[in-house]
Design a protein around this ligand. Structure first.
Ligand code: AMP
Ligand code: MG
Length: 427
C-alpha cells in the first residue's frame, strides 16, 4: 500500500494498516468473523448532516435529535370501555342514567348523587364520577341501571398522561423510525422530524464473464446476479443507491468507475475480484488509490473480504460468488451501513432451535448455512435448504434464516440445538 494517494492528499493513509498491525490477534489470512466486525466498527463515523422530513417520509430514517412530547397522552382521563361512569361508593344501588358521553363530545353537566351517565370508549370522564363499569356487567331498566358485577374503584379509566407525560422524551437520537413511531409522532401532533441524511452507496460488479439481464448470453458468460441482490438489500436498508453496472476486468474501466464511485458516495461496494491470486487489477487499483485490507475470513461462505477507505468513502469488496456476496453483506456491511447512517443500537437476534437435519461442518470457522424455520406442533424447528455451495443462490431464496454455527462447532447430528438468525421479524 502506498502511504499517500494523489487523489486524496489530505488523508493519512497509513492509519488503517498501522492500526491493523497493532491488533494482537490481527492475521489477514485468518480473521474471525468477530474480529473483522470489530475492526470495521472502529472506522465508522456516522454522517452528521440532517434534514427535516414529514411523518409519511420518515419510515426507516434515523432520528438526529430527541423527540419530546409537548402533550399528555391521553390528554384527559377517559373511558376504556363502553359502559357507565359512576361513583364507586354508590355502586351497590340502582343508578339513574342522566346522559351520555361520547368520544369527542364530553358530558359537561353536573352528575348529582345517585346518578350515572352512559359512556363510550374514549369519552372524557366528567368530574364527580370515578369508575367505569362495562356494559356487559349491568342490567338496564328504563332510565335505571343496576351493576351486576362491581369493578374496583377507578376501573376502566385511562388516566391523563399514562402513556406519555408532557415533556417526556419519547424517541432518542439514533432511533430508526418504525411504523408505530409514525403513529406516535402523529399522536403528539408532531408533523415532521429531524433525521440524518441518507447514506449514499454506490455498487458495481466486476468480471469479464458477467452480462446484465436483457442481453443474450455468449458461451461462458453468466448473468450478473449480485447487482440485483445488492439492489434489493440496499433498497431494504433505505440508502440512496447508485448502481454503476458491471465492469469488465479492465484496469482503465475499473479505475474510472472506482474513483467516480468513491468521490461521490459515502460507501462503495463491489463484488468479485477480491479472491487471492486473481483479478489483480482490483487489488492494484485499491492499493494505488486507497487503503484497503484484504482478509481471508474464517467463515463459510464468504471467505475473501476487502475493507478499507478510498478517500473518505468506505470500501467493501465482497466475494463474487452470489451466496458469499449476500452473506458478507448481511454479516458485515448491513450493520456498518446502519452505523454510518447514525443508528444507535444494532440488534440482530439469534435463537436456539432444534435442527431436524444432520449438519456437515468442520471446526475452526463460522458458517452461515441457509435454513428454513418451520413450526412442528407447538415448537419452532429448523431444517437446512439442502446444498450449501457458495454459488447456489436458490438456497438464499428458499431460506428464511441463517443457521449460525460458530468456530467451535463441528458436524452435528439431527436433533441438535442450533442458533438461527431469522431474515424477517414482524416489522
Ligand atoms: P470472483 O470472486 O470474481 O473470483 O468470482 C467468484 C465466482 O462468482 C465466479 O464463479 C464468478 O463467475 C461468480 N460471480 C462473480 N461476480 C458475479 C456476479 N455479479 N453475479 C453472479 N456471479 C458472479
Ligand atoms: Mg471475477
Amino acid at each position: 500500500m502506498q502511504p499517500h494517494s494523489p487523489e486524496f492528499p489530505d488523508l493519512d493513509l497509513s492509519a488503517l494498516a498501522a492500526h491493523a498491525s497493532c491488533l494482537d490477534d490481527y492475521d489477514p489470512n485468518a480473521m474471525s468473523v468477530t474480529q473483522a466486525r470489530h475492526y470495521i466498527q472502529q472506522f465508522l463515523s456516522p454522517v452528521s448532516e440532517t434534514a427535516t422530513v414529514a411523518i409519511k417520509d420518515s419510515l426507516g430514517r434515523v432520528l438526529a435529535v430527541p423527540v419530546t412530547s409537548g402533550l399528555n397522552v391521553p390528554g384527559h382521563d377517559n373511558s376504556a370501555m363502553d359502559g357507565f361512569a359512576f361513583r364507586h361508593a354508590e355502586g351497590g344501588n340502582a343508578l339513574k342514567i342522566i346522559g351520555t358521553a361520547f368520544a369527542g363530545v364530553p358530558y359537561t353537566a353536573e352528575i348529582p348523587p345517585g346518578c350515572c351517565i352512559k359512556i363510550m370508549t374514549g369519552a372524557v370522564i366528567p368530574p364527580g364520577v370515578d369508575t367505569v363499569i362495562m356494559q356487559e356487567h349491568t342490567a338496564t331498566e328504563g332510565e335505571w341501571v343496576t351493576l351486576t358485577k362491581l369493578p374496583a374503584l377507578g376501573a376502566n379509566i385511562r388516566l391523563t398522561g399514562e402513556d406519555i407525560a408532557a415533556g417526556q422524551t419519547v424517541l432518542a437520537p439514533g432511533h430508526r423510525i418504525q411504523p408505530a413511531d409514525m403513529g406516535l409522532l402523529a399522536s403528539l401532533g408532531i408533523a415532521g422530524v429531524e433525521v440524518y441524511r441518507r447514506l449514499k452507496v454506490a455498487f458495481f460488479s466486476t468480471g469479464d464473464e458477467l452480462v446484465s439481464v436483457g442481453q443474450p448470453l455468449q458461451q461462458g458468460q453468466i448473468y450478473d446476479s449480485n447487482r440485483y441482490s445488492l439492489w434489493g438489500v440496499l433498497q431494504a436498508a433505505g440508502v440512496e443507491m447508485h448502481d454503476l453496472g458491471n465492469v469488465a476486468d479492465d484496469p482503465a474501466a475499473l479505475e474510472k468507475t472506482l474513483l467516480q464511485a468513491a468521490a461521490e458516495h459515502d460507501v462503495v461496494i463491489t463484488t468479485g475480484g477480491v479472491s487471492v491470486g486473481e483479478a489483480d487489477f482490483m487489488k492494484q487499483l485499491l492499493a494505488e488509490h486507497g487503503q484497503v485490507l484484504f482478509w481471508k475470513i474464517n467463515m463459510k461462505p464468504g471467505r475473501p473480504l476487502a475493507y478499507g477507505k478510498i478517500g473518505d468513502a468506505h470500501y467493501f469488496g465482497l466475494p463474487g460468488n452470489p451466496v458469499s456476496a449476500m452473506v458478507t453483506f448481511y454479516q458485515f456491511v448491513q450493520d456498518a451501513l446502519k452505523h454510518l447512517a447514525g443508528t444507535a443500537s444494532l440488534v440482530s437476534p439469534t435463537f436456539k432451535v432444534e435442527c431436524v437435519d444432520a449438519i456437515k461442518k468442520a471446526t475452526g470457522r463460522t458458517e452461515f448455512q441457509r435454513g428454513i424455520l418451520f413450526k412442528e406442533g407447538t415448537d419452532w424447528k429448523v431444517k437446512t435448504t439442502g446444498q450449501q455451495g457458495s454459488g447456489i443462490l436458490s438456497s438464499m431464496s428458499l431460506a428464511n434464516c441463517f443457521i449460525v454455527l460458530d468456530e467451535k462447532t463441528g458436524a452435528l447430528q439431527a436433533g441438535a440445538l442450533v442458533d438461527v438468525q431469522p431474515f424477517h421479524g414482524v416489522c
